[in-house]
Write a protein that binds this ligand. Structure first.
Ligand SMILES: C[S@@+](CC[C@H](N)C(=O)[O-])C[C@H]1O[C@@H](n2cnc3c(N)ncnc32)[C@H](O)[C@@H]1O
Length: 566
């Protein structure tokens, strides 16, 4: 043990040799140097590596991989020439079997460490080798000015530096074919790429979506303006390339969010069609649709199986997108209600229900956490099964509480983030104690990357048996005093969950300044506190921001003390 526990045993720019023991949530190797944790991008468990320390904090640091002294048996040569540079495929140097084991382990660890749930997690369902190349049906390329003029690509890890992408192994074949054609057109017509710093220029992103079963292709250009110059010629060009739907999306905000609020169709119906199993789906540019069509079928079939439908059930599908899971469920349920925040997706969902001749589904636009509790409280609607498929941030607490109130027999939780999944299952199963986990299944929707989809089946906890106990309250022999009950209730009262919002509000009220979630997360991390309740912190830390001042650190620590977190 070091003499001065506050002094890290390494310094910035120092070269050290370490053994890698684990892989972090971003696919980075994790090793120890004395009792100091070192994160090394590109290193694998079982490897001995020489690294250069690039950032040193009190208890942990980040290092650059200089040399692999002893490679792991799981190390493979990445198929993609951009591996390690573009920030997209964090695991392309790990064998596919190794990737699946990493994902299985990630789910199990999150459930145990964050959710407090000890559950058997079976192997993740992977893809056949022949299907893995070019598996994505949607590409969203940022467009910026590069060394050779207007360029499309992907951002390097934790930056907005564009790495030109030619020959990406996971994007669709249609995007490989069309991007050079589209970029050439913009260059020839002198159409400017977007400049983030100055908020000038026109083309921000190009989105290309391809129907896996139909081969139909949609192109949507996201612009910092109202219209695309030479739009007619652009349409003619892409129609000549066999594109079915061409649109522009207007995004004039200074934001990292890709899509803006308005989409204008330049040509076609404004959507493409695809199929999953026997069902047909129309998909517009701004609607969510799962990106891996082969694995989507696997995922939905598992969700359907877990829902255990017999044809008599009322089902709610929260976060329903274009209604794809809803329609899968409606094939075997009495009635399905879908809720989704994006109006265009609900328009797609309604069209999709009609397209498939299904009249036992209804769709509502709104936040799941508003719509479902309101329908339950005001209209008294009930549910036999609730399916949730939230974005990475997981379910809103109000929705979790409403589900417990509605007490469906089963909840099927589809998740793309093991951390927030575990947090929400912890609330449903441990904190509110209303459900138990029956089955967990990971599905590899995102080969080569750290991401994994998980489906969980929860069943309602029912008492095993009932005994009748006669109790008299009040003073006197054989009676239970009322004040004792109040005291016991105070002892067992669950602690209020402290949210980042509460910490921010406390600091603003007491110190008069705002602090970013990422700052709170950084201080928590420095203090060695768990980070699971800051699902967006990692993303937020990627954005450029000012230095975290000592004043803010003290204010955050004060708030953490106030809420008894430290
Ligand atoms: C992971 S997608 C799932 C979509 C769909 N279940 C599927 O498999 O295609 C999450 C969806 O939730 C929607 N969404 C995000 N926040 C929401 C909220 N608070 N209430 C309802 N829907 C929301 C998004 O627009 C997106 O369509």
């Amino acid at each position: 043990m070091r003499q001065d526990a506050l002094q890290p045993p390494v310094q910035k720019n120092q070269t050290i040799e370490i053994e890698i023991a684990d892989l972090g949530n971003q696919g980075e190797g994790i090793g120890r140097y004395e009792d100091f944790t070192v994160f090394v991008e590109g290193a694998l468990p079982g490897e001995r590596v020489r690294v250069l320390m690039v950032k040193v904090k009190r208890r942990y640091g980040y290092a650059k991989l200089l040399k692999i002294l002893q490679p792991s048996r799981e190390r493979v040569a990445p198929l993609c020439q951009l591996a390690g540079r573009c920030g997209g495929c964090q695991l392309s140097h790990l064998s596919y079997g190794g990737q699946l084991r990493y994902k299985q382990n990630r789910i199990a660890q999150a459930l145990e460490r964050i959710g407090g749930l000890s559950v058997v997690v079976p192997p993740v369902l992977g893809m056949a080798e022949a299907d893995r190349a070019y598996y994505r049906n949607k590409a969203q390329f940022p467009v910026r000015d590069g060394e050779n003029g207007l360029t499309a690509g992907f951002f390097a890890p934790r930056s907005h530096r564009l790495i030109p992408v030619e020959g990406c192994q996971i994007q669709s074949r249609a995007s490989h074919r069309l991007m050079p054609v589209i970029l050439n057109f913009f260059r020839k017509k002198g159409i400017a790429a977007y400049d983030e710093g100055r908020h000038t220029g026109l083309v921000r992103h190009v989105l290309i979506r391809e129907g896996y079963a139909t081969g139909q292709v949609l192109v949507c250009v996201v612009i910092n303006g109202t219209s695309l110059p030479h739009g007619r010629e652009f349409v003619d060009l892409l129609r000549g390339e066999g594109v079915q739907s061409i649109s522009v999306n207007r995004n004039r905000e200074r934001t990292n969010v890709i899509l803006g609020p308005e989409t204008v169709t330049l040509w076609g119906n404004g959507y493409i069609e695809d199929r999953i199993g026997d069902l047909r789906f129309q998909i517009s540019p701004v609607s969510f649709f799962q990106v891996n069509p082969i694995q989507t079928k696997v995922l939905y079939e598992i969700a359907l199986e877990m829902a255990g439908l017999t044809g008599r059930e009322i089902v709610w599908d929260a976060y329903c997108g274009i209604g794809s899971i809803s329609l899968f469920l409606a094939q075997r349920a009495k009635r399905v209600y879908g809720v989704e925040i994006v109006p265009e997706a609900i328009a797609d969902a309604r069209r999709n229900a009609a397209l498939n001749g299904m009249d036992n589904v209804e769709f509502y636009v709104g936040k799941a956490e508003d719509v479902i509790p309101e329908w339950h409280a005001k209209q008294g609607v009930r549910a036999d099964v609730i399916v949730v498929d939230p974005p990475r941030a997981g379910c809103d607490r109000a929705l979790l509480e409403a589900m417990v109130d509605m007490a469906p027999e089963r909840i099927v939780y589809v998740s793309c983030d093991p951390g927030t999944l575990a947090r929400d299952l912890g609330i449903l199963c441990q904190e509110l104690g209303a459900y138990r986990v029956e089955r967990v299944q990971g599905v590899d929707m995102f080969p080569e990357t750290v991401h994994v989809e998980t489906v969980v089946m929860l069943s309602h906890k029912k008492p095993d048996s009932v005994i009748n106990v006669k109790v008299e309250f009040g003073e006197g022999e054989g009676k239970v005093p009322l004040d004792n009950i109040a005291k016991r209730a105070a002892v067992y009262k669950p602690k209020e969950r402290v949210t980042y919002k509460m910490i921010k509000e406390y600091i603003e009220a007491k110190y008069g300044f705002k602090v970013h979630t990422a700052y709170i997360a950084e201080v928590k991390r420095d203090l060695g506190l768990p980070m699971y309740d800051a699902p967006n912190a990692v993303e937020e830390l990627k954005q450029s921001r000012k230095h975290l001042t000592a004043e803010k650190v003290e204010a955050i620590k004060d708030a953490l003390k106030h809420f008894e977190i430290i």
